[in-house]
Design a protein around this ligand. Structure first.
Ligand code: ADP
Ligand code: GLC
Length: 477
């Protein structure tokens, strides 16, 4: 295929190197998806301690002696088919703990750590790397990379265009105004029309103001962002740049998330094998559930509406339902989940932690996946649910609204229903959705029909990758 152009993708995480959420899945899936559209993509992420061993065999393609307090070098190499760039700057990234926080909470120097990532991204885009590679487009993801378009805008772009994708506007990269100089931002741009944000700085706002194009991860979220309850302070900025904003739905990597690629019995290729997987899942969580066995695989946070679960579960259990939970996050929500397990032995099973392998078994064996989010820019787990015939029960918001078709009588008659949606994200509406789930489950022919619709629903990257390709192309024109 003819190469249509080159893209430098910049983010704080990328599958299979490091993942805390859906951002990593998306950043890791884009290179192959875009390659199929003729776009060559390299991905730049920080070289955290857990990635140090990967530097072996990589080559240095760029360096800066004083990168926010120490030497930083960009190392290039292939990882699982992806052209990866690791920003090796031990003073910023080589430490014990997670990418954003350590034992004492968020790293105190996160503003500098991700400014450094963005700064190097802008420099290699502008100047090109040691091996002669230079992108046509810099594609930044979320606040951690959002200063990259700003550095290009303020320091010279040398013809490189920029795209900023908002995966979650709740994280805005706030810093005090006094850090302007240290973050290498121009003082004359500190005013409400540019860098100033409620008296301080926000790297996300800086990116939103300066990027040539802004995307978010679903069309509904793009529209929601203009409203205060979703825009979270940035709704005015989004509205002011409305002509540059679009929503492009995430896909899922069907080489990883597909019943066809799972080992037996972690497979739902046929609904018979789904029954087998359900047994294995029940065994793993010590469950005996007569009705639908729902799963929840999620960060346990306020965004995800996890606090509603304790209120609706007694009713669901009384009707024969059960729940397997895998997640971690807020301590209060973790203990609320543990209490449910104690209260409903054999009906509720809970694993606190992060376990990629177990999550596959859960989608393969679950009858339904719960996603009661208050807001959801896109959401991936409902799409895994579609793929594996674990019917999504989702709040009608963001990408959830764009991917799931409610099993109402009209959609059933038309043969297009793929799950159950509810609104608003409150306990009574979720309880009602679960009652509808139980009713649907008790009608095996309708249930199987919806499962088949769900499993047929396209969730791959093809059409969304074509949209990104068209967006990049429009910038070159
Ligand atoms: P978000 O990025 O907001 O957390 P998404 O639905 O986009 O939500 O992506 C979450 C990703 O993280 C999915 O791939 C999901 O399967 C995975 N995930 C979340 N929690 C866990 C967990 N405890 N164990 C394994 N995978 C998890
Ligand atoms: C964010 C959002 C989630 C989205 C993911 C990938 O983490 O919370 O909805 O699916 O990014 O874009």
């Amino acid at each position: 295929m003819v190469t249509r152009g080159r893209v430098l993708s910049v983010a704080s995480e990328c599958v299979p190197l490091l993942k805390t959420g859906g951002l990593a899945d998306v950043v890791g899936a884009l290179p192959a998806a875009l390659a199929a559209q003729g776009w060559e993509m390299r991905v730049l992420i920080p070289c955290y301690r857990a990635l140090q061993w990967r530097l072996e065999g990589m080559v240095e393609v760029f360096a800066e002696d004083n990168l926010f307090g120490g030497r930083g070098r960009v190392m290039a190499g292939e990882v699982a088919g992806r052209q990866m760039l690791l920003l090796d700057a031990p003073h910023l990234y080589d430490r014990e703990g997670g990418p954003y926080s350590g034992p004492q909470g968020d790293w105190g120097d996160n503003a500098q750590r991700f400014a450094a990532l963005s700064w190097m991204a802008a420099r290699i885009a502008r100047e090109g790397m040691g091996d002669g590679w230079r992108p046509d487009v810099l594609h930044a993801h979320d606040w951690q990379a959002a200063l990259a378009p700003a550095y290009l805008a303020y320091g010279g772009a040398n013809g490189v265009k920029s795209v900023l994708t908002v995966h979650n506007i709740a994280f805005q990269g706030w810093a005090p105004a006094g850090m302007l100089n240290e973050l290498r931002l121009p003082a004359q741009e500190f005013h409400p029309g540019a860098l100033e944000y409620y008296g301080g700085l926000s790297s996300l706002k800086a990116g939103l103001i300066t990027a040539d194009r802004i995307t978010t991860v679903s069309p509904t979220y793009a529209a929601e962002l203009r409203r205060p309850e979703f825009g979270m302070g940035l709704q005015g900025v989004i509205a002011a740049r409305a002509d540059r904003v679009s929503g492009i739905l995430n896909g899922v990597d069907t080489d990883i998330w597909s019943p066809e690629v799972e080992e037996r019995p972690y497979s739902a290729r046929t609904l018979k094998r789904k029954a087998e997987s359900r047994q294995v899942l029940s065994g793993a969580f010590k469950l005996e559930v007569p009705g639908p066995l729902a799963i929840l695989v999620s960060r346990l946070t306020d965004q995800k509406g996890i606090d509603l679960i304790p209120a609706v579960l007694p009713d669901f259990v009384a009707q024969g339902g059960g729940l397997a939970v895998l997640g971690s996050g807020d301590a209060a929500l973790e203990s609320a989940m543990r209490e449910l397990e104690v209260r409903f032995p054999g009906r509720v099973g809970v694993r606190i932690g992060y376990d990629e392998g177990l999550s596959h078994l859960m989608f393969a064996g679950g009858d339904a996946v719960l996603v009661p989010s208050r807001f959801e820019p896109c959401g991936l787990t409902q799409m895994y649910g579609l793929r594996y015939g674990a019917l999504p029960v989702v709040a009608l918001t963001g990408g959830l609204a764009d991917t799931i078709i409610d099993a109402n009588p009209a959609a059933m008659a038309a043969g297009v229903a793929t799950g159950i949606t509810f609104h608003p994200t409150e306990a009574p509406a979720l309880a009602q959705a679960l009652r509808r789930l139980v009713a649907l489950y008790s009608d095996q022919s309708c249930w199987t029909q919806v499962q088949r619709n769900a499993m047929k629903h396209p969730v791959g990257w093809e059409s969304s990758a074509a949209e990104y390709a068209a967006l990049y192309q429009s910038l070159l024109a």
